[in-house]
Design a protein around this ligand. Structure first.
Ligand code: HEM
Length: 234
């Protein structure tokens, strides 16, 4: 239960206090944990322990964390539905923004450290190397989501339009996984694990949509039967 829904009634107030306490302790923990991969890179960098190819190491780590956090963001809704832990929703935006944060670092590593802002060389890469095209697509899809992640953006767009726009997160995740699969030359086990997790998350989403449609159809069928019976009784 979000803290702002605190109302009167002792049960409600108790649930509210628990929610506030959980937020006060868990939010800073999740926030700090999400910064660990960056801090690790900084510490390794200062010690000169980023390996033989530091740019490659930074690119790999930031890319991996961008995708990991993106999938974690997508996992929030199924996990909260399956476990009944509805409060998890409060962490979705934070994880999504951290995914974008690592995607920005990843993209900047490429643009700055790898390509030295050479626009011509980057354009050539985007056209000639399909995995770079896919990575750029994934990044571009994440931009509008990050820009509209605030409460005021939700109000401005309206809930329905905001939700429709934010379905792009699935396309971004698909593009991110394809980017990963395409760039790996030999051992594709790791990208395949990401592909599998994404397939499960998408499968769950499709299952829920089909279930909703089925229930609606059943409800409308039951309503017409009831109506026909009521007509017969007249
Ligand atoms: C402008 C956009 C992007 C560019 C130019 C880009 C470029 C790259 C490059 C050059 C590599 C290293 C390839 C190699 O080792 O040969 C890489 C790896 C990777 N990228 Fe991206 N990328 C972009 C966006 C993204 C996004 C948005 C995600 C995630 C959602 C992502 C996830 C990954 C992953 C998971 C790896 C592999 C890491 C590993 O090998 O451990 N990339 N990317």
């Amino acid at each position: 239960m979000p803290a702002w829904t605190c109302g009167s009634g002792s049960e409600h107030r108790a649930a509210c206090t628990i929610s506030k306490m959980r937020n006060r302790t868990l939010k800073p923990i999740v926030f700090s944990l999400a910064l660990v991969p960056l801090l690790r890179l900084v510490v390794l960098g200062m010690r000169g322990e980023l390996g033989a190819n530091p740019i490659e190491m930074i690119t790999h780590q930031t890319g991996l964390w961008a995708l990991t956090l993106l999938l974690a963001t997508l996992a929030i809704t199924p996990v909260r539905r399956v476990t009944g832990q509805l409060w998890l929703i409060q962490y979705r935006r934070m994880l999504g923004l951290f995914a974008f944060f690592y995607a920005v670092l990843h993209m900047l590593t490429y643009v700055w450290l790898d390509q030295f802002f050479n626009l011509q060389s980057m354009l050539k890469d985007v056209v000639k190397r399909p995995f770079i095209t896919m990575g750029s697509a994934a990044f571009l899809l994440l931009v509008p989501l990050a820009l509209t992640s605030t409460q005021s953006a939700i109000r401005r767009l309206g809930g329905r339009r905001w939700q429709q726009l934010h379905r792009l997160v699935y396309c971004a995740a698909i593009a991110g996984v394809i980017h990963f699969v395409w760039l790996v030359k030999k051992d594709i086990r790791q990208p395949m694990i990401y592909a599998f997790v994404l397939a499960v998350l998408l499968g769950y989403r499709v299952f829920i949509v089909l279930l909703k449609r089925y229930s609606l159809r059943q409800a409308s069928r039951a309503a017409s039967v009831a109506q026909a019976e009521a007509g017969g009784n007249d």
